[in-house]
Structure formats: C-alpha cells, structure tokens
Ligand binder design. Structure first.
Ligand SMILES: Cc1cc2nc3c(=O)[nH]c(=O)nc-3n(C[C@H](O)[C@H](O)[C@H](O)COP(=O)(O)OP(=O)(O)OC[C@H]3O[C@@H](n4cnc5c(N)ncnc54)[C@H](O)[C@@H]3O)c2cc1C
Length: 549
C-alpha cells in the first residue's frame, strides 16, 4: 500500500471537483444496490419522537429495556425514563447562535446508529445539527466511561467541532501544541523540530491534544443536548438485514438487581430508514456486508502492538528533567528500529500521555482498549531508550499499562449496502501514526449529515449513501495508507534508507516543509487540515447524486 505523496484525489487541485467526481464515480460503480433498497411504505414515517431530556438511565423503546448508566458527570441523571414514540412534534435543534436550523426535507427519517464511539456520536450530533429529529444510538457498553488516553484534535476535526458548537468543550482542557520534535530513541538527539506557529494562521486552528474523554464529551453532550438523540446502552447488535433495513439487538448483560428492569431481554429486530454502523475496528456490520459480496473480512496484521500510558504530574515530584514535558506544549516522538514513542501533555498539562508502537510479542488480544499489559514487558521493550524516557516509563503505575494490537484493513470494496453505511473505524481503521483516526470518523459523520439532509424522498437514501462513500472513501483510504507508510518510515533499522531519512530530518525546515515524519510534513498537513469535508460534500452532492444508480 503506497500512498500518493501528492495526497488523495483532487487534494491540491482547487478546481479538482472533476477529478474527485471521476474517482467517486468509480466508487459508486463498486457499490452494490438492488431494487430492494426501497423502503417499505408500511415503515415510513411511523415514529416521531418526543423530546428527551438528558438521559442517565435510558430505557429502550424496542427491546423491553435494561437500565444503564451514563457516567459523564455533566450527563448525570437520577431517574429512569421510558422513551416514548408518540406523535408529538419534535423540537427544532438550535444552531450555535441559538437560531433555529432549517429542517431537512426528511426531518423525521428513522435513523439508527450502531456504536457510541467518536463516529457514532459524531453522526448523532451531525444529524441533530442538520435538523433530523428521530435519531437512535445503540451501544454495547453499559456506560460511556471516560476510557482512553491522548487523542488529537487536528484542524480538520476542530473545524467540524466548531461548526457544531462544541469545540470549546475540548479547548477548555486541551493543550495547543507549539511544535513537534522527532528524536533518536537511544541518544535523545533531536533529529528534527517543527514549529507549529503556522498552524492556526494557515489552517484556522492549532494542533490540539486532549484526553479522549474530552472529545467524547464534545460529541456526547452536543448530541444529547439536542434533545433528539436517544442513546440505548447495554445493547449488542448481532445481525443486519440489509434488504429490509433492520437489525437484531439484545442486552449485553443482565441489569443489576435493584434497578427498574432486571434481566436480559429477548433479541428483537429494530426497523430503520437508515442504519449507520459505527461499530469500530471489529465491526460486525462490515463482516456481514462483505460476506454478502462473497468477500472475506480480512485484517492486515501489522505485526505491531501499542501501549497507551500516562504519567500524572503529581508523580514526578517536580523533577526538573521531566517538568518541561508537563509545563511545555510540545510533542516528542522518540524513534528507533521497529519502535517509537510519541508523547505530549494533555488534560490541562496535568498528564503526560505516551503512545507507543512496537512489535507484537504477545499477540495481544486485538483492539481491546482496556486490556492491561505488563509493565515489566513494557520496560523491556523500551530498555534501550534514553534515560529521560526510561524515567518516565518507570513512573507509569503498575496496572495502568494498556496494550492492544494495531490492525488495518486493505481499502474495502464498498462502505454501503442498501440503506446501511459503515462509518469510522468500521470502514477505515487507521494506524495512529498520522493522528487521523478520530478526525476521519468525524468527517464521515459530517458528510452523512450533509447528504441525508439533501434528499427529499426516502427511496433516495441509498443514493445519498453512495454520495457519502464517493466523497469520503478516496480521502479516508489515502489517510489509512499514509499512516501505515509513515509507521514504516519511522521504524527503519540501520542502513542506507535510515541514513537518508535522518539526513532529510536534519534538512527539514523548522518552520514547516517536507519532512520524513508525514504527521509533520507540510504538504500532508495541507491535504489533511485544509479540507472542509462538509463544504466538499455540499459542492459535489448534485453531480455525484446524478451518477449514483
Ligand atoms: C474504549 C475506547 C478507547 C479508545 N481510546 C483511544 C485513545 O486513547 N486514543 C486514540 O487515539 N484512540 C482511542 N480509541 C479509538 C478511537 O476513538 C477511534 O479509533 C476513532 O475515534 C474512531 O471511532 P469509531 O467510532 O469509528 O470507533 P470506536 O471509537 O471504536 O467506537 C465503536 C463503538 O461501537 C461499539 N460497538 C462495537 N460493536 C458493537 C455492537 N455489535 N453493538 C453495539 N455497539 C457496538 C463499541 O463499544 C464502541 O463504543 C478508543 C476507542 C475506544 C472504543
């Protein structure tokens, strides 16, 4: 998988709509569609939701429900509530300046989103902001806990969050990076430094780093505050019926005794007009979609695993060698053969977040963000890293070492089947080496908001989803490949290639320019950060919609 360094189709072509359209057309051709995609009239416009206040305990409308808890402090509630589907007029969502948005033609579209991660909650917020009023999110976890470590809010993501009126939530605790350095892991020698002063000037936003919970908070509170999103926790979606736009759902675990409803409900089908499957890297929807095309859902094993580790400032005892990591606003990437550590302060400078890549020695259980790794093994993996790094690693509390396998997919042949579309990691799991996983998932969500708000007839849902795929797939696939290639370049062992890379690091312009680390390469940044995906979708919609069959 070798990405085109010039970027995805049309990346630097101001008049590139035609190039994109050609690509898009090819993608549309790849998309399966059958006459069955038309919604059966009996299911149309059935449900109009009542405005929901904030949920903590959420009862389910379809499967007789379990009671589950949302743990965000700002989303704390104390009573159970049954979701009604009675025909009261839904509220109109408000824009940032509190003016009412214009409702889309199909405002009461029955939208079901699978997965309450960044992609899923991004879709919920995007669609609520567009004026849709009947949005359900189904999540297998029993609570939306504050799980995770550092995540990047790069300008292409910040642009969307600001438009949705939630960027300030992340800004309140995020750190705007002043620059990034790449260092030799053994000697601690700086190979290159890029000063991010240009970031806000050129892209409109700084490079913000936050704890994942802050980004989650933006999307969850934004979506729930709209009053039109219903979040169903503790619900596992196990089967998809693509022809009939429905899915099978059941409780994941028994609800603890003492709550209002106790027990596991029978699996039930839920009917939808459109299903957005944002069910993550291990997506069941993707497997089912590919199986219907006779394709195998094959994972590319990168042979790499990652640790997510953090050190709290209170642990360093104001050690003058480590203090600048907390008080500064800089990102450090220590690189070595087959390994690297990228690190930066988050959480209002209270945490120093370290994210690694290293050979998968233990064949760790894939993708479990909560799988505990061994501190002893982690220290062994990085035993030859410089003393400052060793010092930081040794401070990580035992039991706080999370490890998981890094995996990617070859670009999928399709993201869409009938009225079901894949979103986020489900269709483009991206290695962390380009800081684009969450950004690309949220771009999907923004574009879905645009395309679904443009159609006036339910029979055009599939076509709108094809436009979504056509707009998003070339760019997301390019990001996946560029991230993978960046990992390879950073992990070179001794030899001519490494010497050439290190010479290029040394020659790189501090103010930004060509750089062997693609995350800080100015052209790659331009391609990623200048892009306004919603605007692009608006511009291209008409042409791509005509091409969709
Ligand atoms: C718990 C967690 C912690 C993470 N921590 C970090 C981090 O620290 N740093 C970082 O860069 N990235 C992190 N990520 C990954 C990052 O958030 C995603 O790669 C990216 O944001 C893309 O989001 P997504 O919505 O496509 O997928 P995800 O964020 O993975 O969300 C998928 C959601 O779907 C739910 N789901 C899956 N299958 C089903 C099913 N059958 N039925 C119902 N629900 C289902 C999952 O529980 C999950 O909530 C984390 C992801 C998770 C789930």
């Amino acid at each position: 998988m070798v990405p085109d360094p010039a970027g995805p189709p049309g990346a630097h072509d101001p008049g590139g709509a035609s190039a994109r359209a050609v690509h898009a057309k090819a993608d549309i051709m790849n998309t399966t569609r059958s006459p069955h995609c038309l919604e059966s009239p009996s299911r149309l416009g059935q449900r109009r939701p009542r405005r929901m206040d904030r949920p903590e305990y959420i009862l389910l409308e379809h499967a007789e429900a379990s009671v589950v808890r949302c743990t965000f402090s700002h989303l704390a509630f104390s009573s159970s509530r049954r979701i009604s589907t009675e025909n009261t007029p839904p509220p109109s969502p408000k824009t940032k300046d509190n003016s009412l948005t214009m409702a889309p033609p199909l405002a009461d579209l029955n939208i079901h989103i699978i997965g309450a991660g960044m992609g899923g909650m991004g879709c919920a917020l995007s669609l609520a902001r567009q004026g849709f009023t009947n949005i359900h999110v189904w999540e297998s976890a029993t609570a939306l806990g504050e799980v995770g470590a550092g995540i990047n809010i790069v300008p292409n993501l910040a642009r969307i969050l600001e438009r949705w009126g939630v960027l300030h939530i992340a800004q309140a605790e995020g750190v705007a990076l002043d620059g990034a350095s790449v260092l030799n892991c053994a000697t601690d020698e700086t190979l290159t430094t890029v000063d991010f002063q240009y970031m806000s000037d050129e892209f409109g936003y700084p490079f913000l780093v936050v704890h994942r919970k802050a980004l989650q908070k933006c999307l969850v509170s934004g979506a729930m505050d709209s009053g039109v999103v219903k979040l169903h926790l503790n619900k596992v979606v196990s089967e998809y019926d693509f022809e009939n736009t429905r899915f099978l759902v059941q409780d994941r675990q028994k609800v603890p005794a003492g709550d209002e409803i106790n027990g596991i409900t029978e699996p039930q089908y839920v009917d939808a007009d459109v299903i957005l499957a944002a069910d993550g890297v291990r997506s069941k929807a993707r497997g089912a979609m590919l199986q219907r095309k006779g394709e195998v859902d094959s994972v590319v094993d990168t042979g790499q695993a990652a640790y997510r580790i953090m050190v709290r400032r209170s642990m360093i005892n104001e050690d003058p060698e480590l203090l600048p990591f907390f008080t500064g606003s800089h990102s450090y990437r220590w690189i070595g053969e087959k390994r690297h550590i990228i690190a930066y302060p988050i959480d209002s400078h209270d945490l120093f977040n370290m994210s690694t890549a290293h050979p998968d020695r233990r064949f760790v259980e894939a993708d479990s963000w909560t799988a505990t790794g061994s501190k002893k093994e982690m220290l062994e993996v990085f035993h030859d890293f410089c003393p400052r790094v060793q010092k930081l690693l040794s401070l990580v509390p035992e039991g706080d070492v999370l490890e998981w396998k890094l995996r990617v997919h070859e670009p999928l042949s399709t993201w869409v089947d009938h009225n079901v579309a894949l979103v986020g990691d489900a269709c483009h799991p991206t290695l962390p080496h380009l800081a684009q996983g969450a950004a690309q998932a949220v771009e999907d969500a923004a574009v879905l908001g645009v395309v679904l708000s443009r159609i006036t007839d339910r029979k055009d849902i599939n076509k709108a989803l094809q436009v979504y795929q056509a707009v998003r797939k070339p760019r997301a696939d390019w990001a996946v490949m560029t991230a993978a290639a960046n990992g390879k370049g950073l992990h070179l062992g001794a030899g001519k290639d490494k010497d050439a890379r290190d010479a290029a690091f040394k020659a790189a312009d501090k103010k930004g320019g060509a750089n062997p680390d693609k995350q800080i390469d100015r052209d790659v940044q331009r391609t990623l950060y200048s892009h306004d995906c919603a605007k692009e979708a608006e511009i291209q919609f008409e042409e791509l919609f005509k091409q969709a069959v």
